[in-house]
Design a protein around this ligand. Structure first.
Ligand code: F6P
Length: 399
């Protein structure tokens, strides 16, 4: 009898169920006796022994298309894992004990960066772990793409499309604030380009508000009555990027705006004298049914996970690299962040293309040294790491 535990942790996204289904389908095809333990609400279920035995039929009754997550999810910060709970319970020991008590052969963990760090911790503690990279943020290092990302792009793009028509009718400036974690702008970049946003602001490239204003003026001069900005929830001005992490946190805490988009809207309104509206699709970006791309991706990642389990290959994330599934050692990727590289072809293409199909040029102040500020701000030197990524990727491909 093979016994597999599964949990989904952190913010949910589309295709979590599809990924679990992929694993179970892959296993049931090859294993005669299989027991699946679905831990409720992420690591919480593993800590407090809250689980449900799932049957194969749980996975074969239309869950490929169902959003959310059957066992539920919760945020259990990695930093708190070594801190005993309010009753003095050692969470790491509790998780190990649940795993051993149930006699699990492997624990399949679906989650983002924080979840992955805890997965790696459990690997270091001797458990058999497989991690599947989920998040709409696409910021997991060691995989080209995460599931949820493509579905979220579709939703954010549709929002921008809808805003387009109303913005044009009213000759307004609109800001669409896109999710995607506070340090990365993958979702904003892709939805912004796909939705034809006129200005795209990402955390990785601190913006200059005067350039934003110039761009709006230029559009007005060109006879365009409206402008659409796709702004990442973590977009940061070049002045704020000069602050230390502590100073920036204090600034955000005392900000009178609900988010950066409202601050930008006020600044544009003041400097341009035009009406600005903010639209925040928020958690809708994580909701609903997975798009076909994510369904295929999860079916492939899930069946690769099943193969890794059957081969006894544990301690890895199942990533997708160059359209091939790979077992990427957790120890090599946990704690690293995949950010948008300002030097990448996609950004540089937008900047130098003489037709400026997407106007990323407005985002880049052109002054050297900003990357340095960013690096300092995030302490994890994500920008430097990112430029290292292509080298690391070659290493990962060998696994
Ligand atoms: O990491 C996924 C994500 O949706 C981010 O894009 C966003 O910043 C965050 O989660 C929102 O968190 P919560 O669900 O706790 O509001």
């Amino acid at each position: 009898m093979m016994k597999i535990g599964m949990l989904t942790s952190g913010g949910d996204c589309q295709a979590l169920n599809a990924a679990m289904r992929g694993v179970v389908k892959g296993l049931t095809t090859n294993v005669d006796e299989l027991e699946i333990y679905g831990f409720e609400n992420g690591y919480k279920g593993l800590i407090y022994e809250q689980y449900r035995i799932l049957t194969a039929s749980d996975f074969f009754s239309g869950i490929l298309t169902r959003g959310g997550t059957i066992p539920g999810s919760s945020r259990q910060p990695f930093k708190q894992m070594r801190v005993p709970d309010e009753n003095g319970l050692d969470k790491v020991e509790a998780m190990k004990s649940t795993y051993r008590k149930l006699g699990l052969d492997c624990l399949v963990i679906l989650g983002g960066n924080g979840t992955q760090k805890t997965a790696n911790l459990l690997r270091e503690e001797g458990l058999n772990i497989i991690h599947l990279p989920k998040t709409i943020d696409n910021d997991i290092y060691g995989t080209d793409v995460t599931f949820g990302f493509q579905s979220a792009i579709n939703i954010a793009t549709e929002t921008i499309d809808c805003i387009h028509t109303t913005a044009a009718s009213h000759n307004r400036v609109f800001i669409v604030e896109v999710m995607g974690q506070h340090k990365v702008g993958w979702l904003t970049l892709y939805a912004g380009v796909a939705g034809g946003a006129d200005i795209i602001l990402l955390p990785e490239i601190p913006y200059d508000i005067d350039k934003v204003v110039d761009a709006i003026h230029k559009r007005t001069k060109d006879g365009k009555g409206f402008t659409i900005l796709a702004v990442a929830e973590g977009a940061i001005s070049k002045d704020d990027a000069q602050l230390t992490k502590k100073q920036y946190k204090a600034k955000v805490a005392s900000r009178r705006y609900p988010s950066v988009s409202y601050e930008i809207a006020d600044q544009i309104q003041e400097k341009c004298g035009v009406e600005v509206r903010v639209a925040v699709p928020g958690h809708t970006q994580r909701g609903g049914s997975p798009c076909p791309y994510d369904r295929v991706l999860c079916t492939r990642l899930g069946s690769a996970a099943a193969k890794a389990i059957m081969d006894g290959k544990f301690g890895c994330m199942i990533g997708m690299i160059n359209n091939k599934t790979k077992c990427v050692p957790l120890g090599e990727v946990a704690g690293k962040l995949k950010t948008v590289d300002p030097d990448s072809q996609m950004i540089q293409g937008g900047k130098t293309d003489r037709y400026q199909f997407w106007r990323l040029n407005f985002l880049i102040s052109g002054k050297k040294g900003e990357e340095k500020c960013l690096t300092r701000l995030y302490t994890v030197s994500s920008v430097r790491r990112n430029s290292k990524m292509s080298k690391d990727r070659n290493t990962l491909l060998q696994h």
